[in-house]
Design a protein. Sequence first.
Length: 92
Amino acid sequence: MEGTRLVDELRQRGTGRLYVGGLATDYCVRASVLDARRAGFDVTVLLDAVAGIYRRAGHSARALAELREAGAAAITRAEWAFAPEACLSQPG
């Protein structure tokens, strides 16, 4: 997100929360979520829509822990299905 017009575009559209999924939990997802948090967005990582690529044990788990420490929420599709309003109210 840094160095792009995406932040301005999202703000113009009134977007306050981002839901993130994608490949490379430990790289691209991590960078996008951290950038979004720095820009002031609430962020929810969709746990069953991300996958790490680094083969070292625990690397993706450490990335997810870092994202939570940065204030991102993390949910699964099942959690969303049973309580979407609770997921929306999580601090992020």
